[in-house]
Design a protein around this ligand. Structure first.
Ligand SMILES: CC(C)(COP(=O)(O)OP(=O)(O)OC[C@H]1O[C@@H](n2cnc3c(N)ncnc32)[C@H](O)[C@@H]1OP(=O)(O)O)[C@@H](O)C(=O)NCCC(=O)NCCS
Length: 159
């Protein structure tokens, strides 16, 4: 049984880092430039926790997934680093984390939810599109002359 809740506990961060590394391992060699997840450490997650909301999924008490949310007062909600330990994949945990973050955005009266997705990750783009996100922009990482990211948006309140 999956339970999604906010964590402010630094003791959760080593396992969250493991989940991120396990989940994003599949992206190595698939996305260029490599994911920033490869540079995360417990210390960088600790700094992130001071500015962002961390939602974790737990299965029988074990952290199985995470998503990080940034609430921008009066502005769009931003979500990132959605990750599920592959050992727990395909059981609806990613969808539950996404739904919980969207619910939080609604609670904050955010007009929209934004995320970035690498253009190579067509299965993720399709998953977000099935939930109502649309591509609103393409962006390039520094040093790249082609788009590397899509900015996707779920509009919650019509502008
Ligand atoms: C993307 C991710 C979070 C999905 O987590 P999950 O718990 O396995 O996914 P769920 O079981 O909740 O399924 C969510 C959707 O993804 C689809 N999906 C799950 N695994 C999939 C796979 N291997 N290939 C294609 N689609 C897949 C499901 O069909 C489902 O679609 P639907 O609900 O719209 O029908 C997980 O695969 C992951 O951590 N990937 C690596 C990190 C990553 O890409 N993060 C997102 C960065 S933008």
């Amino acid at each position: 049984m999956t339970n999604v809740s906010e964590s402010r506990d630094p003791a959760d961060l080593p396992r969250v880092l493991d989940v991120l590394r396990l989940a994003f391992a599949d992206h190595a060699g698939r996305v260029d430039p490599p994911s920033g997840v490869e540079r995360e450490t417990v210390a960088s997650l600790q700094a992130k926790l001071e500015k962002e909301v961390l939602l974790v999924a737990r299965d029988d008490g074990v952290i199985s997934g995470c998503i990080w949310c940034r609430s921008q007062p009066g502005g769009n909600f931003y979500i990132g680093r959605l990750a599920v330990d592959p050992a727990f994949g395909g059981r609806g945990i990613g969808a539950a984390l996404l739904d919980a973050s969207i619910q939080r955005a609604r609670t904050m009266s955010a007009p929209a939810v934004d995320l970035n997705v690498r253009i190579e990750l067509s299965e993720n783009i399709a998953m977000f599109e099935r939930r109502g996100f649309v591509i609103v922009a393409s962006e390039s990482h520094p040093g790249f002359d082609r788009p590397t990211n899509y900015r996707m948006r779920l509009q919650l309140v019509q502008p």
